[in-house]
Write a protein that binds this ligand. Structure first.
Ligand code: PLP
Length: 240
């Protein structure tokens, strides 16, 4: 009927079968890999189409856009069980609405932000699930905490009672080379294993995007954050 809906259905099926096949090839339990559909810049209609094809987890990067979408779904589809993940950079003046609306935050890179989310999480809600964002590329410009500062931040965040520290997230430098993708992801896999010695509750690796799904699964990813492969290329021309 509608082109957009058909495309999303087809794309979603394609991504899911790539995940199925890759899990089978590297003998991973399919249930240990979740698909987070990254819907930033995309309209509610596309999220509705994905949900109606079985997708439950959605990721947003921009606070105001994310809040607007959550409000839309609360009002128009109050019975839908969407799990909203915030995956973008987070400034301290925006933490309150995130603490009040999202189920997960993947982009913790400073204690100050974690403390604010902890203080602002409503007591009526479940604990906020959080991941520490790690920068493995040693570029000053990149988001995330460096590996040599990771353990200290993890120790501090793990003490915050309204946060559930689940693991780590990263966005390695983009490359088309499978072996380079794998090397970067393996670094994160090792980092999580090391953290688990003191923090066995940390079990989640959020890594892998549209261009590096296979390498991410091979290196133990638990949450793939996939945008363009599901919703098509993003258009930033209207400054969204
Ligand atoms: C946009 C974005 C994604 C999705 O990227 P695609 O290449 O479109 O799959 C994943 N993670 C983060 C943090 C993003 O900002």
């Amino acid at each position: 009927m509608c082109n957009i809906e058909n495309n999303i259905k087809k794309n979603l099926q394609q991504v899911l079968s790539e995940i199925d096949e890759t899990c089978a090839n590297c003998e991973r339990d399919r249930a240990s890999v979740q698909l987070l559909a990254v819907s930033k810049t995309k309209p509610e209609q596309m999220i509705e189409a994905a949900y109606l094809n079985g997708q439950k987890l959605f990721g947003e990067n921009y606070v105001q856009e994310g809040i607007n979408k959550i409000k839309y779904f609360n009002e128009n589809h109050p019975t839908w069980d969407i799990e909203w993940h915030f995956i973008g950079p987070l400034q301290s003046n925006k933490t309150r609405v995130v603490a009040e609306s999202f189920a997960w935050v993947h982009s913790i890179e400073r204690l100050k932000i974690a403390k604010r989310l902890n203080d602002q999480r409503p007591s009526t809600m479940d604990k906020l699930n959080v991941l520490i964002q790690v920068n493995t590329s040693h570029e000053e410009s990149k988001s995330g905490v460096n590996l040599n500062e990771l353990a200290e931040l993890v120790d501090q965040v793990s003490l915050l009672p309204n946060l559930n520290l689940k693991g780590i997230m990263s966005i390695p430098e983009a490359t088309d080379d499978y072996n380079e993708q794998l090397a970067a992801f393996e670094k994160l896999n090792s980092a999580l294993k090391e953290l688990q010695i003191d923090h066995p509750e940390m079990s989640i690796l959020s890594m892998g995007m549209s261009g590096d799904i296979k390498a991410a699964i091979k290196a133990n990813s638990n949450i793939l954050r996939i945008g363009s492969a599901i919703f098509g290329e993003r258009d930033y021309s209207n400054n969204k």
